[in-house]
Design a protein around this ligand. Structure first.
Ligand SMILES: *[C@@H]1O[C@H](CO)[C@@H](O)[C@H](O)[C@H]1NC(C)=O
Ligand SMILES: *[C@@H]1O[C@H](CO)[C@@H](O)[C@H](O)[C@H]1NC(C)=O
Ligand SMILES: *[C@@H]1O[C@H](CO)[C@@H](O)[C@H](O)[C@H]1NC(C)=O
Ligand SMILES: *[C@@H]1O[C@H](CO)[C@@H](O)[C@H](O)[C@H]1NC(C)=O
Ligand SMILES: *[C@@H]1O[C@H](CO)[C@@H](O)[C@H](O)[C@H]1NC(C)=O
Ligand SMILES: *[C@@H]1O[C@H](CO)[C@@H](O)[C@H](O)[C@H]1NC(C)=O
Ligand SMILES: *[C@@H]1O[C@H](CO)[C@@H](O)[C@H](O)[C@H]1NC(C)=O
Length: 567
């Protein structure tokens, strides 16, 4: 895997780690914050689709400036421009053949009975491991030929929630195949669409495993996307693609109908261009689901996360910096550390108290533990076997993980593609694992390492509301604990950064984005979103650098409104 290792090795598998909870937070959850529509640039009379916010699009739809059909047409044309042509970013694995019809129905409904809410008629992409009704025409495959044409029993719970809220499910975003749990290969590759890449660095690593969700959202191929994370798979591609990513507490969003890695760590969350958009999406997809019993222990009322959008929210908040963790697995670029350091001054200016360092009290144990891989090895086999067994039909005849391994061997020309993408080592390791005592011990150990003795003990020791880390080193403790992360853009590598060699993607290059993560104890999404929003409003880092020119689609609403555009 060579130069890819730093960002696509185990650390960025959709993989790895869990949590426990203290009640350190106090005041913010009940505050009533008036929701303000963010302003967006306009192209002529219309919102500019590279950056347009959900609220701005909703306002235009509601004012009759354009229809949801227009919006779907514009996004489909934008996908067409850059997905397989031009820079061939391979961000979208397929689009929804029913999207235009659904948009037309939603436009009708708006005219007759008004909008269902902020997502009515808004096109959203789903990572290809999130099931959608087979009758609608889309595949759900985690990027693999093994599940092509498989018939899912129903929409994933989160997909159904979006549909009920009036969203248009525009298509499936590409991803690292099987959420990086097949084996070791560059992020953003799946057999069905090939190697995806970054819109910021030509042939750049998009990170994964929610790579397509990141790339597509970054350049306005949809209003936003859902990704999934086991360990880093939302926050890393959000970081590399200049986005806001929310990795919810395990159990806030249902995993039913999501092709799994680990029931102990998997979680579904929004990837968006602003904290406000992420808050809108999370408010819709969160909530209990009888088909995923982890969701039944969440606090009773799902907050309306848009009420957390308070630009003063960092006032009086205590944030800690686990400095020693900066060296976890990767050596961070000095520019990232410098940008992180200066973000601390920004947060102080916004009224926060920074405790630096505030190292994890169990730092040594955290960094040497291999409990995460023990749990994931077993969970992957159990989870995939269960997911496949619940499918209504699998045309390839694959029945379980053993069948997947055999399928990949039998179709090595499609799946185990040389020179970079031949590995299925994680599949083989998992198939050979068993739920022994070491597994049950590791489940408990992870929760304690990440949670009670890790994040919670550290918050408690320093009297903190949250921890701050560069996104690239933020995911593991929260992953094993099952705790939330909210991350926002922090900066970009300098324009004179050398282009790393393309093997086949570049590990770094000029203007490569990176993010900053707010980490809290379980169910603290509301508070973390409020802090992230305050920081975002003070900095607007995302807007400082755009994608490279060929990766910016040119189609705008003005090109389609009034039927001027025909696909
Ligand atoms: C926003 O947060 C600040 C600081 O916590 C608080 O004083 C203020 O009341 C909040 N604003 C609203 C509208 O709730
Ligand atoms: C699902 O996959 C099949 C086989 O490749 C393809 O024919 C079909 O078009 C796919 N569906 C969509 C919506 O792309
Ligand atoms: C969910 O149900 C399974 C099987 O019944 C059980 O083993 C597990 O403990 C439950 N988990 C939670 C979080 O309730
Ligand atoms: C959340 O609050 C906003 C602003 O008041 C409102 O527009 C939206 O409909 C609410 N969302 C939900 C899911 O209730
Ligand atoms: C960042 O801040 C830390 C702690 O104050 C300091 O040790 C380090 O040298 C700073 N690094 C950079 C690149 O500014
Ligand atoms: C799992 O975590 C426990 C608790 O920290 C530790 O004692 C044990 O050595 C870890 N096991 C492995 C295999 O890392
Ligand atoms: C399977 O597990 C056994 C026992 O842990 C080990 O000896 C063997 O090498 C493993 N085989 C593979 C293919 O990983």
């Amino acid at each position: 895997m060579g130069a890819q290792k730093g960002v696509s090795g185990l650390g960025w598998l959709a993989l790895v780690t869990v949590t426990v909870s203290l009640c350190i937070q106090a005041a913010y959850a009940d505050e009533q914050v008036p929701f303000q529509l963010p302003e967006a640039d306009r192209v002529g009379p219309f919102p500019e689709l590279y950056e347009a916010s959900i609220s701005e699009l909703q306002k235009g739809l509601q004012n009759g400036e354009f229809s949801s059909v227009d919006l779907v047409q514009a996004y489909l044309a934008r996908i067409e421009e850059v997905n397989l042509k031009g820079p061939a970013l391979r961000a979208v694995i397929e689009t929804n053949p029913s999207a235009l019809q659904q948009a037309a129905e939603l436009d009708n409904e708006r005219r007759t009975s008004g909008p269902r809410g902020l997502l009515h008629g808004i096109p959203i992409l789903l990572k290809d491991n999130i099931a959608t009704l087979h009758s609608e025409g889309m595949n759900t495959t985690a990027g693999s030929y093994a599940l092509l044409h498989s018939v899912v029993p129903r929409d994933a719970h989160v997909a159904a929630k979006l549909r009920d809220a009036g969203a248009v499910l525009l298509g499936k975003a590409s991803m690292s195949e099987w959420s990086s749990a097949r084996g070791t290969f560059p992020s953003g590759f799946s057999a069905r669409i090939g190697q995806g890449s970054s819109p910021y660095v030509p042939l750049g690593n998009p990170c994964g495993s929610s790579s397509g969700s990141g790339v597509a959202t970054a350049i306005g191929l949809a209003a936003a996307a859902l990704g999934t994370e086991t360990d880093g798979s939302i926050v890393c591609p959000s970081s590399f693609n200049n986005l806001v990513g929310v990795k919810p507490t395990v159990g806030l969003t249902s995993r039913n109908g999501v092709i799994p890695i680990s029931e102990h760590q998997d979680t579904v969350g929004p990837m968006a261009r602003s904290v406000a958009d992420a808050a809108i999406l999370l408010s819709i997809i969160a909530g209990p689901d009888p088909r995923d019993n982890y969701t039944l222990v969440q606090p009773p009322a799902v907050p309306n996360y848009t009420k957390a959008l308070n630009a003063s929210a960092l006032r009086g908040v205590r944030l800690g910096v686990p400095r020693r963790f900066f060296n976890y697995r990767n050596r961070l670029d000095e520019h990232i550390i410098a940008a992180f350091n200066s973000s601390l001054d920004t947060m102080r200016a916004l009224g926060a108290t920074i405790v630096d360092p505030a190292d994890f009290v169990n730092h040594e144990e955290l960094v040497v533990s291999t409990n995460e891989s023990i749990v994931i090895d077993v969970d992957l086999k159990h989870g995939l076997n269960k997911y496949i067994s619940e499918l209504v039909h699998v045309p390839t005849g694959v029945k379980d993980l053993a069948g997947l391994i055999a399928f990949n061997e039998a179709h090595a020309d499609l799946e185990l593609v040389p020179p970079y993408w031949t590995s299925q080592s994680q599949f083989i390791t998992s198939q050979n694992s068993s739920a022994d005592q070491a597994y049950y011990d590791a489940i408990i150990a992870n929760r304690e390492l990440g949670g009670k003795h890790g994040i919670d003990a550290t918050l408690h020791k320093y009297g903190l509301d949250a921890l701050l880390l560069p996104t690239l080193v933020s995911s593991m403790p929260a992953a094993i604990a099952g705790y939330p992360i909210v991350m926002v853009p922090l900066g970009f590598l300098p324009p004179d950064t050398p282009l790393a060699p393309a093997e086949p993607t570049r590990i770094s290059g000029p203007n490569q984005p990176f993010g900053i993560a707010f980490i809290g104890t379980a169910w603290k999404e509301f508070q973390l979103i409020s802090y992230a929003y305050a920081y975002e409003q003070a900095t607007h880092t995302r807007l400082k650098v755009r994608a490279f020119p060929e990766a910016v689609p040119t189609t705008q609403l003005a090109d389609v409104v009034g039927g001027r555009f025909h696909t």
